[in-house]
Design a protein around this ligand. Structure first.
Ligand SMILES: Nc1nc2c(c(=O)[nH]1)N[C@H]1C(S)=C(S)[C@@H](COP(=O)(O)OP(=O)(O)OC[C@H]3O[C@@H](n4cnc5c(N)ncnc54)[C@H](O)[C@@H]3O)O[C@H]1N2
Ligand code: MOO
Length: 418
């Protein structure tokens, strides 16, 4: 089995029941994708300003001794600079008309504004403040930040679909924006369970286990850029599962359904048995040549009134579920919906010998050490898919390709940092 959810262009509207974009407040826009191309609504900087705490001068009047005018604080509008004068300007302050360069204060006879006189922004009076300053030679444009030198009004700054980084969010705020239109996150429904699986927080009768996968999948899906609509914890009652899923298809209208467990060869395989009786679901289950994460299901669910959801069924062992997400589903989401790219697979050298499986790639959990010679990958002891505690300390997946021969220490494998 290859692939993931049926690929769709990142901006396509899969469900007519939901708008393609939404408006979010700026801090919440981090990591979201822009709905429309952004053209700069203003030039940045908005005015010529000073790059340094220093003196605004006419370059042609340097070097020399100049009269000191009133200081120019950031956030004020200065008088024009008379000839023969130097205006103290603070970083970010507008440049007085007539000045064409700034000389950092430490390059002048003043050395440091902090020790010279009043902190009253409007005051020109100070017993300690010198009246004249000796400045070195400079040239026009020195230490000036020209209006529009970052971006010019009307210029394209970010393309539709671009992921907003922290710098991107800061840029929107610098333009004075408080909210932005972003592409809606694909809507995911998580279904986990089995008769033995109970929600954490309750007493645990003998033979039962707490649901690890609901939280695991919900957290992982949100971190990959999905909107998690709900986490449904079901038991092995097939009729109940079908009824609840039909209600969810109608009410929550997911674009992706991620299930965990209930798909292998047992007597009680609720997902597999439930999907089989639902006409609105096409579904196939098979095995990929990978351990953990062998059993996998893939399908689609038709939504009432139009639209469809991709159905991804992951094996129930917690490490199998998790490894399936990190090694396959992340790539499928990036390809299908343009969500964040997972870490690349990169070469590394085994820290110690490893015996591969004969016919399946094995995804060992391990730690990485970065050395001048490259990355050393140390696989953890134990390969079984119930070893969640070990997985929780892993830094990387280590792909050990199928083969008969033991791989010696130093053999090259590929690793994906988690
Ligand atoms: N005869 C065969 N048996 C099994 C095969 C096979 O090929 N033939 N494959 C094995 C492999 S590999 C895996 S992986 C599992 C996958 O089984 P299911 O996806 O059907 O998962 P379950 O049987 O429901 O559960 C497996 C295991 O995981 C625990 N589990 C399930 N859900 C949760 C949860 N939400 N939180 C915590 N733990 C969970 C469950 O209790 C079981 O221990 O099948 C093998 N068997
Ligand atoms: O593939 Mo199962 O996931 O080995 O445990």
């Amino acid at each position: 089995m290859t692939g993931g959810p049926s690929p769709r262009a990142g901006t396509e509207q899969p469900d007519p029941g939901h708008p393609r974009t939404e408006t979010v407040a700026l801090p919440d826009a981090l990591g979201r994708r822009l709905a429309q191309t952004l053209h700069a609504p203003a030039s940045l900087p908005r005015f010529d300003d000073s790059q340094m705490d220093g003196y605004a001068v006419r370059a042609a009047e340097t070097p020399g001794t100049l009269d000191i005018t009133a200081p120019v604080a950031a956030g004020t509008v200065p008088e024009a600079l008379p000839s023969g004068c130097a205006a103290p300007v603070m970083t970010g302050a507008p440049i007085p008309a007539g000045a064409d360069a700034v000389i950092p204060v430490e390059a002048t006879s003043t050395r440091n504004f902090a020790d010279t006189g009043s902190t009253d922004r409007s005051s020109t009076e100070s017993a300690a403040a010198p009246q004249r300053v000796l400045v070195p030679a400079t040239s026009p444009g020195a230490f000036l930040r020209r209006r529009g030198s970052d971006v010019v009004h009307g210029e394209e700054v970010l393309a539709a679909g671009a992921v907003l980084t922290a710098a991107g969010v800061g840029l929107l705020a610098a333009f004075g924006l408080t909210e932005v239109d972003v592409l809606r996150r694909p809507r995911a429904l998580v279904i986990v369970g089995g008769d033995e699986v109970l929600a954490p927080g309750r007493d645990l009768p003998p033979g039962k286990v707490y649901d690890a996968n609901g939280s695991l999948l919900a957290g992982w899906a949100a971190s990959r850029g999905l909107e998690v609509l709900a986490v449904r914890l079901i038991d092995d009652d097939v009729a109940d599962f079908v009824e609840r899923l039909r209600a969810d298809l109608s009410d929550t209208r997911p674009e992706l359904i991620i299930t965990s467990g209930g798909i292998s060869a047992g007597r009680y395989e609720v997902m597999r048995q439930g999907f089989a009786v639902m006409d609105e679901i096409t579904f196939d289950v098979g095995t990929v040549a990978m351990q953990p994460g062998g059993p996998q299901g893939l399908g689609t669910a038709a939504l009432p009134g139009g639209g469809e959801a991709a159905v991804i069924c992951l094996p129930g062992n917690p490490v199998s579920t998790w490894v399936s997400c990190e090694a396959m589903l992340a790539d499928a989401l990036a390809e299908a919906w343009g969500l964040n790219q997972p870490q690349p697979w990169v070469p590394a050298q085994l820290a110690w010998p490893v015996q591969p499986l004969a016919e399946k790639d094995q995804l060992r959990r391990g730690t990485l050490q970065h050395t001048p010679a490259g990355i050393i990958a140390a696989p953890m002891t134990g390969t079984s898919s119930h070893l969640l505690a070990a997985a929780a300390t892993a830094e990387a997946l280590i792909r050990v390709p199928a083969g008969a021969q033991e791989l010696p220490a130093g053999a090259t494998v590929t690793v994906r940092r988690l």
